[in-house]
Design a protein around this ligand. Structure first.
Ligand SMILES: Cc1cc2nc3c(=O)[nH]c(=O)nc-3n(C[C@H](O)[C@H](O)[C@H](O)COP(=O)(O)OP(=O)(O)OC[C@H]3O[C@@H](n4cnc5c(N)ncnc54)[C@H](O)[C@@H]3O)c2cc1C
Length: 330
């Protein structure tokens, strides 16, 4: 039984009211410790909203899984993902953000203050900033895991620069894969686009862009079997399907392998209350971080299927905190 169902069942009992009367009540609750969450915290703390931030299972967010970040402003010589995130966290704490370990597992956004379950305890929030990010989908093969950060990437904008004049493969058949392949084609000498189906699922316009790009070769009806190499990626073995039963292995020499089969926004617990697209990206009012529920704001990758960069996440975190501050002031 869910936490809120438990509360509903005990609604008439004293225990239920005692639970909420003892619950901590905060002005601004931030969920997520990536660039969006910590940047929201910097602005919220400086506006005296006394933000409480829950880090979740991946403290520091996606950037803690990467080594070199070369495109975040302010670091002319680059910075590692973990160091960058420690720096932003320190900045948020310097202004008094209460950063806590723990996950928000349930939410009731039907009325204010919003009711949430954070790290197992009930918490009431006058305003809520959701910065829970999105998780890249991977193929799930063993060798992919082995080479993450050593030739396997899920972000061409982030890592493409390291493959200038090299040979890369992109796996996927949708718009993201087509976009990643054409982006990489501007940097790499050759791009293989590995597509499971006999056609691309990408929009007509994106398909045409792929076909017009001379250094992209589309390999239809190929499935990735194994990524190969010693310390870094040097090749990939594909299985080519021929007809119903016939299969043949194809080996390619590559330097980088980009997975572009989509992302999953971490928004499930809010699905009942917030407007989302069919994938689960939270919809915000254009030009703001406002969701359809007044007092609930969304920032970063959880509401951005287009840019998915640390700097855009940080920018929208700033917007969310400013919107929350104005909301509370009203
Ligand atoms: C390998 C890799 C390399 C990258 N390299 C670059 C790069 O070089 N440059 C660049 O600009 N971008 C890069 N990116 C993209 C960048 O990391 C993301 O765009 C950015 O981190 C998004 O920030 P965010 O704050 O929205 O979410 P995230 O960084 O995804 O953080 C989400 C946070 O939410 C927390 N969370 C989730 N659910 C809950 C919950 N229920 N309760 C509490 N907390 C929760 C998680 O623990 C996490 O802390 C890279 C991404 C990856 C995966």
């Amino acid at each position: 039984m869910s936490f809120f169902k438990t509360l509903e069942v005990t609604e008439t009992t004293d225990k239920k009211s005692a639970d909420w009367s003892n619950a901590e009540h905060v002005r601004c609750l931030i969920i997520g410790s990536g660039p969006a969450g910590y940047t929201a915290a910097i602005y919220a703390a400086r506006a005296n909203l006394k933000p409480v931030l829950y880090q979740g299972m991946e403290a520091g967010g996606q950037l803690t899984t990467t080594t070199e970040v070369e495109n975040f402003p302010g670091y002319p010589h680059g910075v590692t993902g973990p160091v960058l995130m420690e720096d932003i966290k320190a900045q948020a704490e310097r202004f008094g953000t209460d950063v806590r370990w723990g996950e928000v597992t349930e939410a009731d956004l039907t009325q204010r203050p919003f009711k949430l379950l954070a790290d197992g305890a009930p918490i009431l929030a006058d305003s809520l900033i959701i910065a829970t990010g999105a998780t890249a989908k991977y193929l799930g093969i063993e060798s992919e895991n082995k080479f993450k950060g050593a030739g396997v990437s899920a972000c061409a904008t982030c890592d493409g620069f390291f493959y200038r004049d090299k040979v890369v493969a992109v796996v996927g058949g949708g718009d993201t894969a087509a976009e990643e392949a054409t982006y990489l084609a501007g940097l790499a000498s050759k791009v293989y686009l590995i597509v499971r189906k006999p056609y691309l699922r990408a929009s007509k316009a994106m398909q045409e862009r792929v076909i017009r790009t001379s250094n992209v070769e589309v390999l239809y009806e190929h499935v990735t079997k194994e990524i190969t190499g010693t310390n870094v990626v040097t090749g990939v073995t594909l299985t080519k399907r021929q007809g119903e039963t016939d299969e043949q292995d194809v080996k390619l020499a590559i330097d980088g392998f980009f997975v572009a089969i989509g992302h999953k926004p971490n928004s499930d617990i809010f699905a009942k209350y917030l407007n989302m697209d069919e994938i689960g990206y939270i919809k915000t009012v254009p030009g703001t971080a406002k969701t359809n529920v007044p007092g609930v704001f969304a920032a970063g990758d959880v509401q951005d299927s287009t840019y998915r960069q640390a700097i855009t996440a940080a920018g929208s975190g700033c917007m969310a905190a400013l919107d929350a501050e104005r909301f509370l002031a009203e």
